[in-house]
Design a protein around this ligand. Structure first.
Ligand SMILES: [Zn+2]
Length: 322
């Protein structure tokens, strides 16, 4: 995935100027802090119930969608004590469905950490078979699986590591998946890890139309982007009104650590939205370049001419009766 996006409508919200060290940055011995490096953060209040349609949908989900089947009682002990998290947040995760579109270096990392966190159901969509060059970043795959369906490989690894998670795989292009709209509508969050603009716009339009939160992640070489879209916040078309015409879907370079980081960030934003804890980065775009460890977070603006958002607004505000 993995597009080198060009920001067209953003304001810098927070940027970190490069720090020029005056001493070598590579330590010669393990650094053992003598005091806590960061004080414990105070507990944050849970997100209000009216933020994030995902959680509301999960609570109203029919019983068959409540798919948590974790048999190890201590499985989530290390995360239940996180301030603002707790059993309720865990239960929300266990009831949730996340659609992960693209199961390569980025989507595979996202799926890994969504499953590890206890998300109840993952829907994976990815076409094609595993090839040798995929193995520099796709940690759900094994060399002996070259030639097999990538989505089937991902299912096998995720099931082995996380048997309590229900996993549904589609070895299909998004454009060849007639039920895509239903899958998006039934998801609590969509992780967009595709590598081309047509797929990204297709997912974006479905998410905006159905009010499904989307976490859009991309990378190229050492750079990454993560955009979080919840109902009412700027969508992908608002921020990137047109795809890069020179973009070649598989023409970009990729280093596994870069795509893996974008996948982890996408998983974390999804978890926050579903579990209603922390502060999801809705309406913000994170851009990073690991070449020099530069991270920037920008608040993005809605585009009043965005056709996708205009259609959603029209649905929310039906015409007044005459
Ligand atoms: Zn929009």
């Amino acid at each position: 995935m993995d597009n080198d996006m060009i920001v067209t409508s953003c304001e810098p919200e927070q940027a970190f100027a490069p720090v020029v060290p005056t001493v070598p940055v590579v330590p010669t011995a393990p650094v053992v802090p003598t005091a806590p490096v960061a004080p414990a953060r105070p507990a944050r209040p849970a997100r209000p119930a009216d933020v994030g349609g995902a959680a509301a949908r999960a609570e109203n989900a029919p019983p068959q969608q409540r798919t948590a089947r974790h048999d190890l009682p201590g499985l989530f002990d290390r995360q239940l004590g996180i301030p603002g998290f707790g059993p309720q947040a865990q239960e929300r995760l266990s009831r949730a469905t996340v659609l992960v579109a693209g199961i390569g270096g980025l989507g595979g990392a996202a799926a890994t950490y969504l499953a590890a966190a206890g998300v109840g159901r993952l829907v994976l969509v990815h076409p094609g078979v595993l090839e040798e060059p995929d193995l520099n970043r796709q940690t759900l795959m094994r060399p002996e699986w070259i030639g097999r369906s990538r989505v089937a490989c991902a299912e096998q690894t995720l099931r082995a590591h996380h048997p309590g998670v229900e996993i549904v795989g589609y070895d299909r292009e998004l454009a060849d998946l007639p039920e895509l709209g239903q899958l998006v509508a039934a998801a609590d969050v969509v992780v967009d890890a595709r590598h081309n603009f047509p797929d990204r716009y297709r997912l974006n339009d479905l998410c905006v139309a159905t009010g499904t939160p989307a976490v859009i992640a991309a990378m190229n070489a050492t750079e990454g982007n993560v955009l979080v879209v919840e109902p009412g916040t700027p969508c992908l078309r608002c921020v990137f009104s047109e795809g890069d015409p020179t973009w070649e879907p598989l023409g970009f370079t990729v280093l596994g650590a870069v795509s893996g980081l974008a996948g982890c960030l996408a998983a974390m934003e999804s978890i926050k939205i579903i579990a209603r804890f922390g502060e999801p980065a809705s309406g913000r775009l994170l851009q990073y370049d690991l070449w020099d460890m530069d991270f920037r977070s920008m608040r993005v603006r809605s585009d009043p001419t965005c056709p996708s958002c205009a259609r959603a607004r029209a649905r929310r505000q039906p015409e007044e009766p005459r």
